[in-house]
Design a protein around this ligand. Structure first.
Ligand code: UT7
Length: 329
């Protein structure tokens, strides 16, 4: 009997309107368009402006567009998974709020957090639910309002991040498409290089933590850079060799968009030519859980059924991984 696989059958993103350019950042901190462009590849990023708007609002817009695009009634959705590092609140889960705002009434929903690898971890989790045969329509949304945890006086981090959401629909298929294989890893000792110091149970928020700026992203860029370059390529190559896929067999690589130099190095180490590596970092920056689906959305009209796609990410934790996906439409 053919195996039930989980296929991505639609993808849809939501980008906030406000465009924060490198030129505007030049007015805010001691930086330059030249430094940002050459060191990161980023030209602009989107910022969610407006009172009372959060990750769930972007996520709900992405999900509403996704269901409309696929012609599915919200009542048909079985499960909503949200990958986010910037939930609206510590609880309830942002996925619950997204379901509410998107009119999804018959689903269960929860969040997953694996920092920048969150979307990939959640994609495999969502796929298992579909492969079980029990759930037919699973929505996975990556949504992050990174501007809510970025210190706009810290030039090392404020140039990197942007806000966005992007959702995919997973449905069962008996064809040889969908989520085919993956390899993940994590190393908790890496937390020291990338984290938020306060706001959790370790250091609940106080006047002192706010004064010390401990509710912002803390990142030791060079340490993270070194690990990211090694791990994304290593995981991708492992997944390829475990499935007898050569570089020629792979139509697309979708790396997490954290830095253009990491993206290029990953492609080089995998022996994949640059035109097969998806890039959106110049226009959206690092949107954490939205980078990988946003790439799929951006390149959607270039994808063909049966394309072998390697998705790969590295993030806080440390967490990392790669997925072999066969495009289903
Ligand atoms: O998505 C989660 C995973 N995150 C990542 O993968 C991020 C990985 N890390 C990176 O992408 C890079 O390390 C950064 C983009 C964060 C930094 O780039 P870098 O090439 O590693 O720069 P650096 O930290 O070594 O800094 C080099 C210089 C320093 O000046 P000095 O000490 O040489 O005088 C920095 O102070 O660049 C300076 N610098 C800046 N200059 C202008 C740092 N940020 C800026 C800036 N504008 N925005």
């Amino acid at each position: 009997m053919a195996k039930v696989r989980a296929a991505i059958t639609a993808v849809h993103g939501h980008l906030p309107e406000y465009v924060l350019t490198n030129q505007e950042l030049e007015q805010m901190v001691d930086t330059s368009d030249e430094w940002i462009s050459t060191r990161t590849g980023i030209k602009e990023r989107r910022i969610l402006k407006g009172e009372g708007l959060a990750s769930s609002d972007m996520g709900a817009e992405a999900v509403k567009g996704l269901l409309e695009k696929r012609g599915i009634d919200p009542a048909e959705v079985d499960m909503v998974l949200c990958a986010t590092a910037t939930p609206d609140m510590k609880f309830p889960a942002t996925a619950n709020l997204i379901s509410h705002k998107a009119g999804i009434k018959n689903a269960f929903s929860y969040d997953m957090n694996a920092a920048c690898s969150g979307f990939l971890y959640a994609l495999v989790t969502a796929a298992y639910h579909v492969e079980s045969g029990r759930y037919k329509k699973v929505v996975l949304v990556g949504s992050d309002k990174m501007s809510s945890i970025v210190d706009y006086t810290d030039r090392q981090t404020c140039v990197l991040f942007g806000d966005a959401a992007c959702a995919v629909l997973l449905e069962p298929t008996l064809e040889e498409t969908g989520v085919m294989d993956h390899k993940f890893g994590a190393e908790g000792s890496g937390w020291v290089h990338l984290h938020m110091k306060a706001g959790g149970s370790l250091k609940p928020p106080s006047y002192e933590t706010i004064d010390a700026g401990e509710h912002f992203i803390y990142q030791e860029g060079q340490q993270v850079f070194k690990f990211a370059v090694t791990k994304m390529a290593e995981m991708s190559l492992d997944v390829m060799s475990n499935n007898n896929l050569s570089a020629d067999d792979v139509q697309w690589v979708v790396p997490h968009q954290a830095n253009m130099r990491i993206i290029e190095a990953t492609g080089r180490r995998m022996n994949i030519s640059p035109e097969k590596v998806m890039v959106t970092i110049h226009k959206y920056g690092n949107t954490t859980n939205a980078t990988i689906p946003l790439c799929l959305w951006d390149y959607e009209d270039k994808l063909n059924k049966g394309d072998n796609i390697i998705l790969t990410a590295f993030g806080g934790g440390f967490t990392w991984g790669a997925i072999w996906l066969k495009w289903a439409y």
